[in-house]
Every structure is written in C-alpha cells, then in structure tokens.
Design a protein around this ligand. Sequence first.
Ligand code: PYR
Length: 392
Amino acid sequence: MKRIVIALALVLCAAQPALADKVATPIPIGIAVAQTSNVALFGQEQVNGAKLAEERLNAAGGVNGTKIALVFQDTAGDEAGAVNAFQNLLNRDKVVAIIGPTLSQQAFAANPIADRAKTPVVGPSNTAKGIPEIGEFVGRISAPMTQVAPNSLKQAMKIKPDLKRVAVLYAQNDAFSSSETTTFQDAIKELGLETVTVQKFQTTDTDFTTQVTAVLGANADLVVISGLAADSGNLVKQLRQLGYKGLIVGGNGLNSPNMFPVCGALCNDVLVAQAYSPGAVDKNPVNKDFAAAFEAAYKKGPAQFSAQAYAAVQVVVEALAKIEKETGKKIADFELADLRAALNKSLRTGTYLTPMGEISMAPSGEVQQKDFYVSKIVMNPDGKTGAFVLVS
Ligand code: PYR
C-alpha cells in the first residue's frame, strides 16, 4: 500500500505542469539529432547547420537582443535514443522547442512525448508521410518525399527517354524508407513505367548480393533506392561491382556527402531529388549568404541536412521574435508552459526566408515549400569526396 501511495505521488508530481518555470536565458532550444551510430552520417551535418545558425543568429542579436543557446542531446540512431534525448530536453533542460529527431522512424516514437508535454517539435529531416499528424505540437520544415522524390524519376526519363523497366529497393525496417518507396512506386505507375522487381533489405545489411542478383535478373534499366546512407551506399557499390550499368535514383537517404566514402567512385551519376541545393543561389540571397558562411566555417559546401537544420533554428528564432513583437513582452518574462504554447502558434504564422527559399508552416504543422531540385553525384578523382551537381 505504502509503495502504491509513493508511486502515485511520484506520478502526480511528474504530471504537474512546470508552471513555476520561467524561460531561461539564454533561451534554450533543444537539438535532438544523431551524433553517434550510422545515422550520424546525417546527424553530423545537422549539428554543423544548427551550430552555424546559433552563431550567426546570436551575432545578429538573437531574439531582439536576448541570445539563444542550443542544447544538444545525442539521439543515436534508434527510437530509444530519441525518446531519452527528448525526455532530457523537456524535463531537465526545459527547452522552449525541440528540433529533431533525425529519422522519421525516431519521430514516430519520440514526438508524442513532446506533444504530451505541449512543447513544439520542428522536424528538420523527417520526410515520411504522417509526421505532422502525430500531434498538435508536431511540425516540420523538411518537405515530405511525396512532394520531392518523383522529380528524380522525371529527370531519369529525361536522360533516358526509352526508360521502361524499374527495380525498386527499400529498407523495410525504416519508416521513412517504407514511406518513400510507396511514393516512388506510385510515381513509377503514373509516369507509365513498369516495376519489374521490388526488393527489401535492412538498414543494418552490408551484403546485397541477393537483391542485386534479382535486379540483374529482372533486366532493369532504372534502380530506385529508399534506404539510409550506409546501407544505400553499399547497395550502390555492389550494384556497380556486380555489373549493373543502368541509371540509379536515390531517395533522401542518399542525400548526404557522408555517403560518398561508402560507394566511392561508384557513387557517380546517382540522381537525387533535393529540398535544398547549394547551387541554387541566384534567386535567393539568403542561400548565397548561408552557403558562403558554411563554406568559410567548415571548408566545404552545405548539404541538405545542414541547410534544413540551419533553417529549423532560424524559424524557431523568428517565431520567438514574433511573439515579443505581438505581445510586447520579453521571452524571459514568460512562464515556460505559456511560451511553449505561444511558440507553437507563432511557428505556424507568417513566412520564413530560409536557405531553402521561402517556407511556411501550415496550421497542421506541414511545411509549405516551393522550390525543389534534382542533383547528380559527381565524385572527385580521390574517390572519397564529390558533390551533388544541380541538374534541374
Ligand atoms: C527521414 O527519416 O524522414 C529521412 O528523410 C531520412
């Protein structure tokens, strides 16, 4: 009985909204991305983008003169890591919002925790169907693959107009990959192409002999891959090593230069649809400025995952500034619970001029973005470094 009473008391305490908490200064914004595991191939790029945003936005005055402080929590690559990171950021670090996690697979597990804590989540790289639907406090600035991915198929058809036979491969243990492949498979049908084989794999796989044998046996002239960076890089490498000579379209999991060392020179010519391109600077001075600052800081051009993480921090900071403007009250004078609720609303109003162009967040939390790109991987002679070269 005594144990039950103590347990009940603990539950009641934990359930109490942190009404007494004021927003700390500098204003804490959580960054829950993968800094370890294979998913860090994306996460490291996100850390770079977020850190650059913190530095530049603070140098420009932060939120009307109040600085922000990013609080980094490593989610590693799985759901448990993301849940743990979210809990720390919400309860210990008392952040005003969480930017993260890296994978949709992690978002489906961790975002409901932030939603229950009435704390806004801004997804910087969650592109599966169903992310904003997780809850009222869940939004994203990463365009869903339903809008982005089909562009790469259209580009493949431009390169090879007699294209017909498509092999589809996807990681069945990953929510984003399973979602993206349905988008690809629908688009393949709509574009009048024929799916000649569908092959599944795991994100932890390193040997793709079975899948490649099936692709070669099906006589495909286009291969479409939905996976993460390490697995997809190995798959591309083994397709080429075993003699596949046709076109390859990669989904968002192949959208990282950190994949280049995995497939090396054999990454050449893979087509990838993108929500950001460092090459698209002509019409967007914000991107020009960002790309130059990134290059100066890291001695390399920004990848999509970096640009989206930068944009996520920018969007949160601008939404905070809007709250001050509209209420005439400084962020530090808010109670945390009130600020989190106000921020969720503010995020969903107005537009943001980011490195990805002008974006906004619908009341549902879905991003609204206009410009998308397709790039081709071009490797350098060193076989380790390369670039996504804009083709459309
Ligand atoms: C996702 O997990 O949603 C990615 O796009 C990588």
